[in-house]
Design a protein around this ligand. Sequence first.
Ligand code: C2E
Ligand code: MG
Ligand code: MG
Length: 482
Amino acid sequence: MDNSPRPPKQVLGFARAVRNRWRQSFVTSITLVALLGVAAFALLIGRIVETQIEDEAFERAKDSAQLAARAGFAPRLPPFGEPLSARDLTELDRQLASARERESAIDMRVWGRDGTIVYARDRGLIGRRSPPPSSVREALDGASATAVRGDVLQTAVPIVRRRGEPVAAALELSLPYGAVAADVRDRRRRLWLTLAVVGLLAYALAFPGLRRAGRALRAQYDPRRVELVRELRRALDRDELSVHFQPIAEAASGRVHTVEALVRWEHPRRGPVSPERFVAAVEGTDVMWPLTLRVFELTLEQCRRWRDAGVELRVAVNVSGAILPERRLPLEIAALLERSGVPADALEVEVTEGAVMADAAAAAGILRRLTEMGVGLIAIDDFGTGYSSLARLHELPLDTLKIDQSFVMRMAREGDDTIVRSIVELAHALGLSVIAEGVEDEETWAALVALGCDFVQGYALTRPLPGEEFSAWLAARVPSSA
Ligand code: C2E
Ligand code: MG
Ligand code: MG
């Protein structure tokens, strides 16, 4: 016995519910993740652009300060604690005026090495010994520095000594920062706008694919479907599946030599479950494979019993396109044929149109292999409901097209035989025979004979029957045609 601790049932159930919920709201989740991704990207790029713009502005400010410094801001330092000479002050006024011709809002201060302001436009500041800002301190140590203070960009450059004479040590320029900040804001806005437009376009382009993927995922993880698949897996183990048989008759003579095998599932609680529901549910899951093999096995066993009783019937088995590209399919079929002792030419295969066309190359290879093994006929089931390319149809090793019952029924109900007539003509032009399925009454049968249809299948003959009942039906039947 396994005594290892297991997570409580409720926890597992909750985890499963969250996972299913996420899978079901795939499109919403992807959209949210994409939105978050774009926003994070925009923030990151915005930050980089902002830094770049600021760096550019700093460089520009430094350049103009250095230019100004080189232009001759080198006043003679006054004795400690005294202001600059009137001549130096006038000279600096003149230089500031000329700097303002280029940058009208520029302001300027000159700092002495002892940290006093020796020149300022506001002369009241001169001689003040307030602690200099960090950029000025750096300039006093010999390195240029730039910083934003409030809405002003300040840059300070060292003033070099000239021929060993003592000079004022740092020149500080202040520029209004408003224009740079506006530039940052403007570029950031444009960046967000561009990203929003590109993101929206990409989303619009990807949306149909996303929605398809979402639907497929939702269908696959639909709790009812998951439950059905689990139950079917159990049904296979418990041998709850059986096969019913429905005859296919020559349209003109009414003679029956082929029967189609149709799977049946008797659920112990819910009773019979429609194959249309559960076959669609297991499509694309690993249960399709054992289900198909089980139908082949049951069908060939029944075929063996008929043959032993002297009834030479051929059997047609439905193969889903999902497993048609399986390379082991021909081998498994060969093994089952051998075990049952039924000859390969007593077996036919029906494949649905959409399935064949989905992976035509792989499917064609497997179908060819089956033909080489001697398997009777290969028919396309439900023809007209898929997306066949006629060129591909010609490339497949087919013998028969089976017209989907919806077209036959429309013909019966509305008298509109356009599609049926066209398919019959197309099939004959391609050298294929035609089966009409869903033939429910004698009039439709007669109309199909008139259209040149080769075979008929439907309630007009009989509903699908269990093997033994089918033998009785066949024995009691006087072949008749419409
Ligand atoms: P299908 O292969 O096209 O089978 C024909 C379906 O139409 C059968 O439904 C049959 O009972 C029904 N039918 C036959 N004659 C008439 C008629 O005159 N009128 C009406 N209204 N219906 C008629 P069924 O048995 O419910 O099977 C439904 C589908 O499930 C099948 O369509 C086939 O695609 C799939 N299926 C059944 N058995 C298997 C199987 O063993 N393997 C796979 N892969 N699919 C299977
Ligand atoms: Mg079929
Ligand atoms: Mg069909």
